[in-house]
Design a protein around this ligand. Structure first.
Ligand code: ME8
Length: 533
């Protein structure tokens, strides 16, 4: 605990740290974009936020890949991190605050201290284990969950559909079995700890069956963090990996920062690695006497041909193959809008194109360009004041307030990105409906003072709606929202888009009359033909 006084806890979100055995695909980007939208949303609320991602670089999977490529594991990791992983996050406009690599000394030193502490407390003992192991998962499997392979002796991992290997060795064990009752108690007291509900139920059933102690070291290869008390062993890659969430946050090195960041607000994970995060990780933290993260939220899988998209099975699609066609912002939008968070979903070129055209280009992009064009044509680009508001305008203002409330709850609290985006785009539809009803191009033919006031009111209402839409979409589509902000001339009166708060986004009338509206860039250009496969 910090002695320098009360700290405001930061909203701390983590992604899994990804294995760098290969390049990233849509599945990795899915979790990372979700975390980016979540943290940008909280930043836009004015909260202190910390967003962590990184890479998992130890273990047999990485070692074998490096061997097969004739380089050392460290060389392999350095190359993949610098050439593939970091550039992708930059390309997708991910605003992470830190990037942890498990081969960094700031990590390995703290990991050694952590396990030494557990060893000293008697939480770790020496034993032996034999069982089927999947290198793809880096996990011992249970006989019962294996699938039949091509021959009588061959058994397959249910996730990777690849043969498991029989491992038999002397290792160190963590007394995981002792934590079953404490974990169940914790889940009962913290019903929101694991989401969604299906994930929570799966974990409860698993723990209720009784836990086995966990093998936490390996002595048949050396690509890992050495056990400080027995250097013939390296730490099991998952035990090392999970600790990134505290080592990056200043555990053991910067107590003040650690007090501010820990416990994490949300660990985002794919559903395949839920048990590590919702069972093993909390048990290790309990053993160390550290607070547990507040939430573990599991996303579903992006599927290809009915199977999980995966590096190991060569079904990965590179995000750049889609962003080069649809653009980065549409990419960020599409996966969160199309797949309810927590459920599996598949990407289809047709579905993406359809949503791009109807939701982004027609409903949203056209609205922005029509409004800017009309303010230009009828008021020389100077936003007029709404001098004659009536019930139609009140309905738009009410629709906005409702959209802000719903989106804030769904995106900011429930991680229901699809629901939150639906609420924002319902509002966009409402504004389109308002313009069709008001027919400003007809009102413009009425030169009377009353006609001018009506026209001014309609255009102000539309522009003010776009002002709020830019704020709400900034966490999801930052470049597009910025273009819109610029085209509305909002910066002069309201300041930078990033400084706008969600809390006041729904307050009607913030965009000052007199703002200089210009017809900016087309937000979502028409799609070219699909490139030949
Ligand atoms: O498991 N659909 O790393 P990893 C959706 N190093 N999400 C997917 C996905 C798919 N088809 N494929 C991958 C590891 N993901 C460990 C994590 S954490 C302490 C250590 C995402 O490279 C999803 O978030 O196999 C999944 O949890 C993560 O990538 C696994 O990445």
């Amino acid at each position: 605990h910090s002695t320098t006084g009360a700290q405001t806890p930061a909203y701390y979100v983590s992604t899994p740290i990804y294995y760098v055995n290969d390049r990233p695909h849509l599945g990795h980007a899915y979790t990372t974009v979700a975390g980016d939208v979540l943290t940008r949303w909280h930043r836009q609320r004015g909260e202190k936020v910390w967003y962590l991602t990184g890479t998992d670089e130890h273990g047999q999977k990485i070692m074998r890949t490096a061997d097969a490529n004739g380089v050392t594991p460290q060389e392999w990791c350095d190359k993949l991190v610098e050439e593939a992983w970091k550039p992708l996050w930059q390309h997708l406009n991910i605003a992470n605050d830190d990037f942890i690599r498990t081969t960094q000394q700031r990590h390995t030193d703290r990991v050694q201290e952590f396990v030494q502490d557990l060893f000293d407390k008697g939480e770790i003992y020496k034993g032996g284990y034999s069982g089927p192991y999947c290198v793809g998962c880096e996990e011992y499997k249970l006989q019962a969950e294996l699938l039949d392979g091509a021959t009588e002796d061959e058994k397959l991992c249910p996730i990777h559909k690849k043969p498991v290997e029989w491992l038999e060795e002397e290792n160190y064990f963590f007394r995981l079995s002792a934590y079953g009752p404490k974990l169940l108690e914790f889940y009962a007291e913290n019903p929101g700890f694991i989401a969604p509900e299906t994930a929570r139920n799966e974990v409860l059933r698993f723990v209720e069956q009784g836990l086995q102690d966990l093998s936490i070291s390996r002595s048949t290869f050396n690509w890992g963090v050495p056990l400080p008390w027995d250097e013939k062993h390296v730490l099991y890659v998952w035990v090392d990996a999970l600790q990134n969430y505290i080592t990056a946050a200043g555990y053991g090195s910067d107590p003040e920062r650690f007090a501010e960041l820990w416990p994490a607000s949300v660990h985002l994970v794919g559903k395949d690695i839920l048990r590590f995060h919702a069972v093993i990780w909390p048990a290790m933290l309990m053993a160390a006497g550290l607070p547990l993260p507040k939430r573990v939220v599991a996303n579903g899988w992006l599927m290809v041909g009915g199977e999980k998209m995966s590096k190991s099975n060569l079904t990965g699609i590179a995000p750049q193959d889609l962003t080069s066609h649809f653009g980065v912002d549409a990419y960020r939008y599409y996966f969160l809008r199309a797949i309810p968070f927590g459920t599996d979903g598949s990407f289809s070129w047709e579905d993406f194109s359809a949503r791009y055209t109807s939701e982004l280009a027609n409903d949203f992009g056209n609205l922005a360009s029509r409004v800017a064009a009309m303010v230009g044509k009828y008021f020389d680009g100077a936003l007029p004041a709404a001098t004659a508001p009536g019930p139609a305008e009140q309905a738009v203002a009410d629709g906005l307030a409702a959209a802000v409330r719903t989106a804030d709850r769904k995106i900011g609290e429930d991680l229901d990105f699809a629901g939150g985006l639906a609420a924002i785009f319902e509002f966009v539809k409402q504004v389109n409906g308002y313009i069709s009803d008001q027919e400003p191009w007809k009102v413009a033919k009425d030169d009377s003072q009353e006609g001018r006031a009506r026209l001014a009111t309609v255009l102000y209402t539309a522009a003010e709606s776009l002002r709020a839409t830019a704020v709400l979409l900034n966490p999801v589509m930052p470049d597009t929202a910025e273009k819109l902000w610029v085209s509305l001339g909002a910066e002069a009166g309201l300041g930078a888009l990033a400084a706008q708060s969600i809390a006041t986004a729904g307050d009607w009338g913030r965009l000052p009359a007199g703002s200089t509206v210009t017809k900016g860039e087309i937000l979502f250009p028409r799609l070219e033909e699909k490139p030949a496969a």
